[in-house]
Design a protein around this ligand. Structure first.
Ligand code: 5GP
Length: 258
């Protein structure tokens, strides 16, 4: 039985004290929630898949030099991460219209945006994570103007990298949300990517069929969430723990689109 100190209980993850100062253990739960927990189900296997997919993505981010909190995956459900001070602002990057952008502005889902659009939401469950501007962020002291610049630069780098990664396996990155944190190393602070990047936090559409391969399957009662997440993992070349083919890298999917 675990005696670890629980630091934070989120909707889809729990954070525990890590083995060394400055580290935490991030546990991926099977809970699926939407509409600020109004919809809540346990989806068997989701946590394991998100742990693997997020591990893969953060490992690739490290490879291309995008600073982040990830240290290593410990087991099927847990990762060792660096402790950061989470900035209470979610950064959303959109390439194609969908979700709340479509609802707010009356733009049909599926239109390629003239350019990638960055949005900020204040992390506050009680208020349903409202959209905020840079003015709100600086006026209320959630982040400084320099930090906002760093957050936007990181978000664009993540978008460029992830768009290419997913395109190579026949998946369109419609939009995604990231969380960022302040990491202190020898009195120097830098902003790093934190939390998770998985089909829970990205909209992923199959390039050929436009089929949704992300949490919208749960939000919109489409079913087949675990199958879709498994397919994302399969295309990224992430296989089961005991599978001898594990770690072969992404599976190239040719697109009919040019
Ligand atoms: P939207 O604003 O359209 O609901 O979401 C835009 C993108 O950000 C989607 O990919 C969605 O999954 C992600 N996103 C926005 N807010 C949250 C959140 O609170 N949790 C998670 N997991 N993803 C979010």
């Amino acid at each position: 039985m675990s005696r670890r100190r629980r630091i934070y209980e989120g909707k889809a993850k729990t954070l525990y004290e890590g083995p060394e100062p400055g580290t935490l253990i991030q546990f991926f739960k099977d809970d699926a929630t939407a509409f600020n927990k109004k919809k809540h189900e346990i989806v068997d296997g989701k946590g394991v898949l998100n742990n693997r997919i997020s591990e893969y993505i953060f490992t690739q981010l490290t490879r291309v030099g995008i600073p982040n909190h990830f240290i290593k995956r410990i087991n099927m459900r847990e990762q060792l991460i660096k402790e950061v001070e989470i900035i209470p602002v979610e950064v959303i990057v959109r390439n194609i219209s969908a979700g709340t952008l479509s609802e707010r502005l009356g733009i049909p889902e599926g239109e390629v945006l003239p350019r990638s659009i960055i949005e900020f939401c204040y992390k506050k469950d009680e208020l349903n994570d409202p959209l905020v501007s840079e003015e709100h962020i600086t006026a209320f002291g959630w982040a400084s103007p320099q930090e906002i610049d760093d957050m936007m630069a990181l978000a664009i780098r993540v978008n460029d990298f992830l768009s290419g990664l997913f395109l190579g396996v026949g998946i369109q990155l419609v939009d995604f949300k990231i969380e960022l944190g302040r990491l202190w190393e020898n009195d120097i602070m830098r902003i790093v990517v934190a939390d998770e990047i998985s089909p829970d936090s990205c909209r992923l559409w199959d390039i050929k069929t436009n089929e949704k391969m992300d949490k919208d399957r749960f939000r919109r009662d489409l079913g087949g969430l675990v199958d879709s997440y498994q397919e994302v993992a399969r295309r990224l070349g992430i296989m089961n723990e005991n599978d001898p083919k594990r770690g072969k890298g992404p599976v190239l999917v040719k697109s009919d689109k040019t």
